[in-house]
Design a binder for this molecule. Structure first.
Ligand code: ADP
Length: 263
């Protein structure tokens, strides 16, 4: 097919990264947990962070959405006109803008037990973002249908299975209309038979073009869905690359040993 002459040439619209992190470092007292971590997030890309427990994966994720403040390095989001240099004091305004870029899905779903599924999903968009009620409700119902939970909108979290609760957690994140989705081991607290339904929702989001950072021990998921895999060890990105490289021909001995234990 010949190109449509009304399409802009691709060179005239360079791809603007959703987020770029450079040289992130972080210590807790004497414990250095991140050492110069770089991470690039182009639109629609999925980056998986893997590595042993305590290697700094969660701290990277929390730094990306302002829950943790690195001691050094920068995070920029060119599309949002945001640039934060952590070697200087970070203003609340910058931190809030960084928070607004992304939504996080936690290991434990963190749903409010006293609110229904629908109320959990609409709480942020209505109370924090102050968006119009009718629009928020329509969107919430559509998102719940999409993850197979249309019938559960009036249920309370305790009435749902762990996998259903986590799917609500994902919908709650989507309802905020973030530019970036952050997942912190979203399936590690689930019974094994419930893991698949959550991973399949996440794969669907990746296929739809969401930009995602996923901390996970689910290597099959990372292999299948990630555009880039970062292996962290002792706060350092020891190795990074396409899943086909990292999983089949890791160059570092420590990556190899880590993968052998899990695969
Ligand atoms: P991972 O996600 O790879 O398991 P984390 O980022 O959770 O690793 O933790 C990295 C290191 O930072 C660990 O040694 C952990 O004990 C330490 N750490 C994380 N958060 C804190 C905190 N709030 N205070 C002190 N130490 C912390």
């Amino acid at each position: 097919m010949s190109p449509d002459p009304t399409d802009p040439p691709s060179t005239s619209s360079p791809i603007v990264p959703v987020l770029e992190a450079r040289g992130l470092s972080k210590s807790f007292a004497e414990n250095t947990v991140l050492r110069s971590v770089d991470l690039d997030l182009l639109p629609g890309r999925v980056v998986c962070l893997i590595g042993p427990s305590g290697s700094g994966k969660t701290t990277v994720l929390r730094s990306l959405n302002g829950l943790e403040t690195p001691d050094g390095g920068t995070i920029s989001a060119a599309g949002a006109g945001l640039e934060i240099d952590f070697s200087r004091p970070v203003t609340n305004a910058s931190r809030n803008r960084l928070r607004d870029l992304s939504a996080m899905v936690f290991q434990q779903h963190n749903l409010f037990p006293h609110l229904t599924v629908l109320e959990n999903v609409t709480e942020g968009p209505l109370r924090v973002q102050k968006r119009p009620r009718a629009e928020v409700l329509d969107e919430a119902h559509a998102l719940l249908s999409r993850v197979g939970l249309a019938e559960k909108s009036g249920a309370f979290p305790a009435e749902l299975s762990g996998g259903q609760q986590q799917r609500v957690g994902i919908v709650r994140a989507l309802a905020l209309r973030p530019q970036l989705l952050l997942f912190d081991e979203p399936t590690s607290a689930l019974d094994p038979e419930l893991v698949g339904e959550v991973l399949s929702v996440m794969k669907g989001l990746a296929d739809e073009g969401w930009t995602m950072v996923v901390v996970t021990h689910e290597l099959a998921f990372a292999r299948d869905v990630a555009d880039e895999v970062l292996f962290l060890d002792g706060g350092v990105v020891l190795e990074r690359g396409a899943p086909s490289e990292i999983f089949t021909a890791p160059t570092e001995e420590r990556t190899r040993r880590f993968l052998e234990r899990l695969m």
